[in-house]
Design a protein. Structure first.
Length: 303
């Protein structure tokens, strides 16, 4: 019987990595039934079961674990070799998968998408927005976006934007009713609008002035990871909200929101685009890296 081809082995590795046929099928762009049949054919060719699967879970057998440990690195080497060959082409093409937290998607990546796709019509973008940390290599992403303190040492990182700044805001009606906090610790006596991350953690609010760092854990009148909900609640006077300035700039200009504790809100470096260190980046990623550098240069010249 014929040996399996690379497509069969690649399908096996994707299922083994995701542990989910539906997600794996979406990633390699085939139907679930087609993927399942491909894996059954692979097992028949090898004469051994590679994975135990139910309607809810997928688990590798001993043979599957052995095959994965040997095949996955080999396929990565093949992929790198093909990327190097494709890199010789002048026109960037293919799918570029990026994982990024929602604020970076909304405020930094979103304005780039249209111009980038216009400049590189043969590239398809796949941007996944999630707040939790992921291993971009094992999850099948070409690049990720994170802030500096969360970057792994073995990654190449380039700045995506200039400095950003958190601002503390409330509606004029809320301020008239409850007064303005003068110090970050005054927030402990106010209603606040906060976010809980996918990990379940609700981070303290951090403030800095003249080298003095203050962390507070204010009471949450509302907890929401949805920016539209948080913004609506702040505008309606439900409480005080700490938000990146990019979300509330228009509301501050119009007077719908007022800024609080301004002298405690210092700017910090914006997010970074990061990707695995390797000799030749895939053409679509290289095109995006070059686009980001040009985008930032043009924004700096306009400011």
């Amino acid at each position: 019987m014929a040996d399996p081809d690379l497509r069969d082995l690649d399908a096996f590795v994707v299922v083994a990595r995701t542990r989910n046929f539906r997600r794996a099928a979406r990633e390699i762009r085939v139907s679930v039934s087609s993927l399942s049949q491909r894996l059954r054919d692979l097992e028949e060719r090898l004469g051994v079961r590679l994975m135990n699967r139910t309607t809810r879970s997928v688990a590798l057998t001993e043979a599957g674990e052995l095959l994965l440990s040997r095949v996955a690195p080999a396929l990565r080497d093949v992929g790198d070799a093909l990327d190097q060959v494709r890199g010789l082409r002048e026109v960037a093409s293919g799918r570029l998968r990026i994982n990024a937290p929602p604020p970076a998607v909304d405020l930094v990546l979103a304005p780039m998408v249209g111009p980038f796709l216009e400049a590189h019509p043969q590239v398809d973008l796949d941007i996944v927005s999630e707040s939790g940390f992921v291993d971009i290599v094992s999850a099948g992403f070409d690049a990720g976006v994170r802030y500096g303190e969360h970057l792994a040492q073995d990654m190449v990182a380039i700045p995506l934007s200039g400095p950003q700044r958190y601002v503390v805001v409330a509606s004029p009606a809320y301020v008239a009713r409850r007064g303005k906090p003068r110090h970050p610790k005054d927030l402990l006596d106010h209603d606040c609008i906060r976010a809980r991350y996918s990990s379940g953690v609700m981070h303290d609010w951090e403030f800095e002035k003249g080298g003095q760092l203050v962390k507070v854990d204010p009471p949450a009148k509302l907890i929401s990871t949805n920016m539209s909900v948080a913004m609506r609640a702040a505008l309606d006077g439900a409480g005080i909200w700490a938000s990146l300035d990019g979300y509330v700039g228009d509301a501050l200009k119009s007077g719908a929101l007022v800024s609080l504790l301004e002298d405690w809100c210092e700017p910090f470096p914006g997010p970074f685009l990061y990707y695995p260190s390797r000799r030749q980046a895939p053409p679509a990623l290289r095109a995006f890296i070059d686009f980001v550098a040009d985008w930032r240069k043009r924004k700096t010249n306009r400011s």
